[in-house]
Design a protein around this ligand. Structure first.
Ligand SMILES: NC(=O)c1ccc[n+]([C@@H]2O[C@H](COP(=O)([O-])OP(=O)(O)OC[C@H]3O[C@@H](n4cnc5c(N)ncnc54)[C@H](O)[C@@H]3O)[C@@H](O)[C@H]2O)c1
Length: 382
């Protein structure tokens, strides 16, 4: 039996059915947090309560009693439960540490103290955010294999106000070129959320090593797809944009729109967890899970408009959010070599599926202004 914490969420809603289809019994422990799931009971959770071979328990990973009961008879744990809003984490620090760090600590504490002797492996959903700005090389040396890899610091408010969008070398001030970030590049979290994800990684790696358990830490890039929250304004550029497209509103593009992200379809993420759970030997390492392709925010906005068959109605605003990174693309060599996976869902196909699903959903309020106002009030936006 595989325990999936946070299995009622977006990634869980793809992972759990995929695990069941592959012949596993799955237990889900999920607190059904109001920010993500809204008002309950929700018919959208029928898949969880009515699927054969899924044992759903409502409860929290921060509760020792809930966790202890959920671990009974389990052989692998896939730990997804977390609070996931990067901007929100900067002012709800206590809550983010309690849910993400304390929840993981409680899990590892129980495993270290023999509360579940059947468990053999722990898989963690970590995040590319632990890299901060990610890997760059000196632009003059960008084409050479041996170029020194640099992880620049977060961009300062002054630099962003001066529209200096690209990070520069912390020592020389020279221009840098983003390269695919590898798992052994330096970590440099730039948000409380990212700091909690890195702490989760350390807890799982050290805790599993010392308890003689296998582990894998999957660093997920920008995951998108059917079932992602359309109501939570704190996460997901594609959710926010899709609501605005449906409401005929223009898409405000931050910075100059050339900032980039690695968008990976949720079914490829579910496949990576399934492969890490089923691999004969536990990977015992960190693995990036992404598409391996950088897409600029302008390009993703245009592609999404196309997926909805709507005109491209974009405005590059030059606004910025403190703490946002400039570029992100994952090196996915280890995903291929260790888990035998290459992402299967290309961006056009993934956006087509996403838009088709969104069109079947109730039209949410556009809460972008509200979320931005909150950030502006806290001087986190310019
Ligand atoms: N979606 C992404 O783009 C992305 C990217 C990187 C990493 N991740 C990580 O993947 C994991 C899953 O993300 P998601 O997108 O499915 O998020 P989600 O918010 O849709 O789902 C998280 C689930 O965890 C549950 N949860 C929260 N606190 C809990 C607690 N204390 N006990 C039990 N359940 C709890 C929520 O109710 C929710 O169902 C998270 O750990 C997140 O940090 C996601």
């Amino acid at each position: 039996m595989i325990l999936v914490t946070g299995g009622a969420g977006f990634i869980g809603s793809h992972l759990v059915p995929q695990l069941v289809a592959r012949g596993h019994y799955v237990r889900v422990l999920d607190v059904l947090s109001a920010q993500i799931h809204g008002m309950l009971p929700s018919p959208s959770l029928d898949w969880l309560t009515q699927t054969q071979n899924v044992d759903f328990r409502r409860g929290s990973v921060t509760s020792e009693a809930d966790l202890r009961a959920a671990l009974d008879g389990v052989t692998s744990v896939i730990h997804l439960a977390a609070e996931t809003g990067t901007g929100q984490s900067m002012y709800e620090i206590d809550r983010y540490c309690r849910e993400n760090v304390q929840g993981t600590a409680r899990l590892m504490h129980l495993l270290a103290n023999g509360a579940a002797t059947t468990v053999r492996r722990v898989l963690l959903a970590s995040s590319r955010s632990v890299y901060g700005e990610g890997a760059y090389v000196d632009s003059d040396a960008a084409e050479t294999e041996r170029a020194t890899r640099i992880t620049p610091a977060s961009r300062s408010a002054e630099a962003l106000r001066a529209r200096k969008w690209e990070p520069t070398c912390p020592e020389t001030g020279k221009a840098l070129t983003a390269v695919p970030t590898r798992e052994d590049d330096r970590t440099a979290p730039a948000s409380i959320y990212a700091a909690t994800k890195l702490m989760q990684e350390d807890l799982v790696r050290i805790g599993c090593d010392s308890a003689g358990l296998g582990h894998a830490i999957l660093r997920l890039q920008n995951v998108y797809g059917e079932g992602q929250s359309l109501n939570n304004p704190y996460t997901g550029i594609l959710s926010i944009f899709s609501t605005r497209i449906r409401r005929g509103l223009e898409l405000p593009i931050f910075e100059d729109g050339l900032e980039s992200r690695d968008f990976v379809h949720v079914s490829d993420v579910a496949a990576a967890f399934a492969a890490a759970a089923e691999a004969e030997a536990a990977p015992n390492t960190v693995i990036n899970v992404g598409s391996g392709r950088a897409t600029s925010v302008i390009d993703i906005a245009k592609a999404l408009c196309r997926a909805f068959n709507e005109p491209e109605n974009l405005t590059v605003t030059g606004q910025f959010r403190l703490g946002d990174i400039r570029h992100n693309v994952a090196d996915v060599g280890r995903l291929r070599d260790r888990l035998g996976l290459t992402p299967q869902v290309g961006l056009d196909e993934g956006l087509r599926r996403f838009a088709q699903w969104v069109s079947t959903q109730p039209l949410p309020e556009d809460r972008l202004g509200e979320a931005n106002a909150e950030l502006a009030k806290r001087k986190m936006m310019g």
